[in-house]
Write a protein that binds this ligand. Structure first.
Ligand code: ZN
Length: 282
């Protein structure tokens, strides 16, 4: 029965064929990742690369969080929202450092007079192998936390940005792998007082070695609800660049089409080089 279920899962995965295309990997320089635009009184989310003045659709871009920004969670209590002291944490910083993405959010493209007050950007979902937190640190090193998935995701996971404004943050991830961060922007339209919301929009992050960034098609599997395909089972889905080794080398890790399912007792860190964690079902 288990094998039958597994076979069905694999057949389903293989049946999904996503046209091959490449990500635009954004790995350094000033980028306003969550760039809020206005079209006819509606809100839209894009990516704006300030270095090249290029606008991208979020689905076409992946933000790199490289191994060089792996730190450990400090023992300082105000930072306990990042995990336990000593845990690994990968952080794109709110200040610009060489060869690392300087990632922010802007509402430059929203003209004045269309919305009343500030715009809200709210986290509505996260896929990926770990937790995500968005925060700023002030002059005394005390963090202001805007989003944190460690305590769940609800309407408090948001930040406010002025129309025409611009902000930079620390973007923290607790494990290596592929993340999909889904947010929506909302505001109050001045003309009729109605609430306007953007479509929920997913931004992709790769935490770890850039040589292992998966193809967008495999990332799309996440968007297509692979968690549901796992049917409530505990386990992890890996993407492998090459087929796993000979039978017996990784017992209990069947594979098909370069996709592998790890049973819950096995930690994904034990995976052979060349396999990336795509999703872990809890
Ligand atoms: Zn910026």
């Amino acid at each position: 029965m288990r094998m039958a279920k597994f076979g069905l899962l694999m057949a389903w995965l293989l049946a999904i064929s996503v046209p091959a295309r490449a990500w635009t990997v954004l790995s350094n320089g000033h980028v306003d990742g969550i760039s809020i635009g206005n079209h006819d009184g509606h809100l839209e989310l894009h990516v704006h690369d300030d270095e090249t003045d290029t606008e991208y659709e979020p689905d076409d871009v992946i933000f790199l969080v490289p191994p060089s920004v792996q730190y450990t969670v400090p023992s300082n209590p105000p930072f306990s929202f990042l995990g336990n002291p000593g845990d690994p944490i990968w952080i794109l910083p709110q200040v610009q450092i060489p060869d690392v993405l300087f990632l922010g959010s802007s509402a430059h493209e929203v003209p004045g007079g269309v919305f009343t007050g500030v715009l809200n950007v709210t986290l509505t979902g996260l896929s990926g192998p770990g937790h995500f937190a968005l925060y700023q640190t002030g002059g005394f090193g005390i963090p202001t936390v805007f989003m944190n998935t460690r305590d769940g995701i609800d309407s408090s996971d948001q930040y406010q940005i002025l129309v025409g404004g611009h902000m930079h943050f620390n973007w923290a991830f607790s494990a290596e792998g592929l993340y999909g961060l889904t947010v929506k922007a909302s505001g109050t339209r001045q003309s009729d007082g109605s609430t306007v919301e953007s479509e929920p929009t997913t931004y992709h992050f790769w935490v770890g070695d850039p040589a292992l960034i998966p193809e967008p098609g495999t990332a799309a599997l996440v968007a297509l609800g692979l968690a549901g395909a796992l049917g409530g089972r505990r386990g992890s889905v890996l993407v492998c660049r090459s087929p796993p080794g000979p039978a017996g080398q990784n017992p209990g890790r069947p594979s098909a089409g370069g996709l592998s399912l790890l049973e819950s007792r096995q930690r994904w860190q034990t995976a052979r080089a060349g396999c990336d964690l795509l999703l872990r079902a809890k």
